[in-house]
Design a protein around this ligand. Structure first.
Ligand code: PLP
Length: 413
C-alpha cells in the first residue's frame, strides 16, 4: 500500500461523523468584501450628473459618461465605445446572444436564428454559465483546450477557418475562470486577426477579472479592440465586464465595449427594452470610486482580504498533495478560482463524497460544455466566500475525499 492509501483508512468515516455544512461552490465576494463598498448605501450623492443630467429621470441609455470614463481606462475601451448598463455582465452577454439570434450582428448575412446550425468554441476548462447560455439558445459547443497563454490557437484557427457555422468563442482573458490563465499578447493578436469562415464571427471577451489582482504582478492584457481593428476585423470583439466583484455583486454596474458599429447595434436593440439604466446607482459608483486609481486602490483592499485565502489554499493543497502524482492545481495571480486536477476518472466521485460529507463543491464537469469533462478530472475551488477556518476545514475534507477515491481506485494486492 502507498502512504496515500494507508492515510485514507477510516478518515472518510470520521469525516462523515463530523456533520459538516460548508460551501466551496460559487465565487461570491465575502461579507467583509461587500463591506468595502458600504458607502454606496450611505453616502449622499444627490441626483445631478456632471453634465447637469437629472439622474432621477429616464434617459441616458449609454450610461453616465463620468462612470464610463473611469472604466474606459481599466477595460481598454474608448469612452465613446463603452456602455454602462444594468448590474450584470452575464445579462449583457445573454442579451447580445438574443439580439444576434433575432436580428444578426453587424456583418451577418442573416439572423443567427435562421442559420441551420450555429456553434461556439468553448476553451476548457471554462465558465459554466457561458455554457448554460449556449444550451439555452441551442448553440452547439465545441471544446478547445486551454494553454497557460489562452486557448490553443492552432486548434482555434483551423476550426474557425473551415466552418462557417462557428460564430463565436468564449474568452475570459484575464485570471480566467477557473484556471487563472491570462491571454498572451500573441494570443490576442492571433484571435483578432485570424481568418474566419463566418463573416460575423464574434469574440465574447468576458473580462470579468480585469482589475482583480492577487499579487504584485498585475497582469496587463493586450488591447483586444485595437488588435481587432489592426487585424482588419474592427467589429469582431464584444467586451464585457462589471463591478460585481468590485462593489456589490447584486447592485453593481455592467459594461459592454466594442466598435462604434456594435455599440450602435446594442443600443438600438436595448432601447427597445429600457428607457435608460439606473443612473443614480451609477452616480453612487462615481462617488465611491472617483477615478481609475480609485478603483485600483479599492481593489487592493479586496486583495488584502482575498490573498490570504488563496495562500491558504496553496499551502493546504501543497501539504495534502505535494507528492501525490496526478494531482495538480492552478496558482492564479488574480481572479476568484483555483482549478484542482485529480487523476483521470476521479473528479465526479470526489465531489460526490464531499457532498455526502457536507462540503458542497461545484459539480464535476461544470467546467466543460454539457457538464461533461471527458477526463473527469477538473474540480473548481472557490475560496472567496468562506472565512479562513471554514476554508481550511473544507479543503482538508476535500483532501480526505480525494484520498478515499484514490485508495478505492488503486489496484488491490
Ligand atoms: N464572467 C465570469 C467569467 C465570471 O466568473 C462571473 C461570475 O463568477 C461572471 C461573468 C458574472 O458576472 P456578472 O456578475 O457581471 O453577471
Amino acid at each position: 500500500m502507498t502512504p496515500v492509501q494507508s492515510r485514507s483508512v477510516g478518515e472518510y468515516q470520521k469525516l462523515l461523523e463530523q456533520g459538516l455544512s460548508l460551501d466551496l461552490t460559487r465565487g461570491k465576494p465575502s461579507p467583509r468584501q461587500l463591506d468595502l463598498s458600504q458607502d454606496l448605501l450611505s453616502n449622499p450623492v444627490g441626483h445631478t450628473a456632471a453634465d447637469g443630467t437629472d439622474c432621477r429621470n429616464y434617459g441616458g441609455l449609454q450610461g453616465l459618461p463620468e462612470l464610463r470614463e473611469i472604466f474606459a481606462e481599466l477595460l481598454q475601451v474608448p469612452v465613446a465605445q463603452l456602455v454602462a448598463l444594468d448590474n450584470s455582465s452575464l445579462a449583457l452577454m445573454h442579451d447580445s446572444l438574443v439580439h444576434a439570434m433575432l436580428s444578426g450582428v453587424p456583418g451577418s448575412e442573416r439572423r443567427w436564428a435562421d442559420e441551420p446550425e450555429i456553434a461556439f468554441l468553448c476553451p476548457v476548462p471554462g465558465y459554466d454559465r457561458h455554457f448554460a447560455l449556449c444550451e439555452r439558445f441551442g448553440i452547439r459547443m465545441i471544446p478547445v483546450p486551454m494553454t497557460p497563454d489562452g486557448p490553443d490557437l492552432d486548434v482555434v484557427e483551423e476550426l474557425v477557418a473551415g466552418d462557417a457555422r462557428i460564430k463565436g468563442i468564449w474568452c475570459v482573458p484575464k485570471y480566467s475562470n477557473p484556471d487563472g490563465a491570462c491571454y498572451s499578447a500573441e494570443t490576442v493578436r492571433r484571435l483578432a486577426g485570424m481568418p474566419t469562415a463566418a463573416p460575423d464571427f464574434r469574440i465574447f471577451w468576458d473580462n470579468a477579472y480585469a482589475v482583480h489582482h492577487l499579487t504584485d504582478e498585475e497582469v496587463e492584457l493586450a488591447d483586444v479592440l485595437a488588435a481587432c481593428a489592426d487585424g482588419g476585423h474592427p467589429d469582431r470583439a464584444f467586451v464585457f465586464a462589471s463591478t460585481s466583484k468590485v462593489t456589490l455583486a447584486g447592485s453593481g454596474v455592467a459594461f459592454f465595449g466594442s466598435s462604434p458599429a456594435n455599440v450602435a447595434w446594442l443600443l438600438g436593440h436595448t432601447g427597445k427594452r429600457t428607457i435608460g439604466p439606473d443612473k443614480i446607482n451609477q452616480l453612487r459608483h462615481v462617488a465611491l470610486l472617483r477615478d481609475a486609481d480609485g478603483v485600483r486602490a479599492h481593489m487592493r483592499r479586496h486583495r488584502e482580504l482575498l490573498q490570504p485565502k488563496f495562500e491558504l489554499v496553496e499551502r493546504i493543497l501543497r501539504e495534502e498533495f505535494g507528492d501525490q502524482p496526478g494531482v495538480r492545481w492552478s496558482q492564479p495571480k488574480g481572479g476568484y478560482f483555483v482549478s484542482l486536477e485529480v487523476p483521470e476518472g476521479c473528479a465526479r466521485e470526489v465531489v460526490r463524497l464531499a457532498g455526502a460529507a457536507g462540503v458542497a463543491l461545484t459539480p464535476a464537469g461544470a467546467t466543460h460544455p454539457y457538464g461533461d469533462d471527458p477526463a473527469d478530472r477538473t474540480i473548481r475551488i472557490a475560496p472567496s466566500y468562506p472565512e479562513p477556518a471554514d476554508l481550511e476545514t473544507a479543503l482538508r475534507a476535500l483532501a480526505v475525499c480525494v484520498r478515499e477515491v484514490l485508495a478505492a481506485a488503486a489496484p488491490q494486492g
